[in-house]
Design a protein around this ligand. Sequence first.
Ligand SMILES: Cc1ncc(COP(=O)(O)O)c(C=O)c1O
Length: 417
Amino acid sequence: MTEHLLKAANTFGTPAYLYDLDAICQRIEVLRDLFDGRFGISYAIKANPNPALLAAIKPLLSTFDASSIAEVHRALDAGMDADRITFSGPAKRLPEITGAIDVGVGELVIENLHEARQASDYATRMGVEQTILVRLNPLEVPRKFGASMGGTSSQFGIDEESMEVDLPALQSLPGLKLVGFHIYSGTNCLNSEAIAENFGLFAAIFRKAQKITGISPERLVFGSGFGVPYLPGEAELDHAALPALINPIIDDLLAEPAFANASCNLELGRWLVGLCGWLLTTVVSQKTSRGREIRMCDAGFNNHLAACGMMGSVLRRNWIYENISNKTGTTAPYTLVGPLCTTIDRLALDVELAEVRVGDVIAVASSGAYGLTASPSQFISHPYPSEVVIQNGEMREATEPLRYHSFDRSNPRGAER
Ligand SMILES: Cc1ncc(COP(=O)(O)O)c(C=O)c1O
């Protein structure tokens, strides 16, 4: 890969992200085949919304999951049919709900009764029936998930213990058709047993929700939480171990008459794209400060917040860095910082690297998911990074065009239309 990384840096400049679309497509195929057709794949656009990436993976997917109306439009622009887009998210603005109904998204993922009522009012007014999934918020999430959304009070979905009251209330709303259930309760898990345990919990909640609603679900979404290693020495998720653990859970569920019509989707992002992206940054200056070798780079947390430990890490640890300009140099500890005027703009502390000189290019691995998209790129007005892709073995620039505007800001509360 080093050759590609250097070529990208030399051709397109830095900071730059490189995404290997060929490798991403391969991972989707691996996952699709892993469970012998038990699951379709739903890609969560939030992980990496680059339009070239979305267009490349679209033919391999069952659905795109969008979490804003702009992401709905990204999915449409990538060529996905509207009825194969789901729209989740805890704070959908009214114009986003109405916009999603207008374009005919396949499944609006209802997170609370308030937005259900808004969707119901609008669909009724428009004379349409909007298909919905309801997101359920489990009481329990197994340990070993990087971040857990369930088991505590949260903005995500209908609480498991409120289903008896809230699901019938939701079903009584006109203009909406409940076709299934959705759970996403934990992220970035590298342990196959914990993932299977979580799917077992999902199946139990889906059974409860089915009994309460009496529907024969057409769709069940398993927010998968499959993780990727970010830190040196972390082992990859043993995905090959998953079918033996998960297939029996799915087979038992689908064998029940009430679930005979259900199609199951795995909803995920980072496992598909995370390992297939790199941030490339050039060392622009250097100093020795009180015994520490510091190298100043042209990218910092403005371009990669997650690598700088600010996407929720409690203990900040170095990600996987490589000096791709000097792979055989003598190694020593270096502290890599970015261009921002704040002490928190630190990429790595005392990371062992081959001698780092001004002009060298450093690659940050595991940067395909929640990289640029989850970073405050406008801070201090440094240049926006290029985005470069490899597709069918060819490298080209695919920098994100800044054209997605969610809705008319002069009408943010979505007055009567
Ligand atoms: C509802 C939902 N689906 C899918 C995802 C994707 O998660 P990941 O990229 O960890 O697979 C998220 C991430 O937060 C999410 O909130």
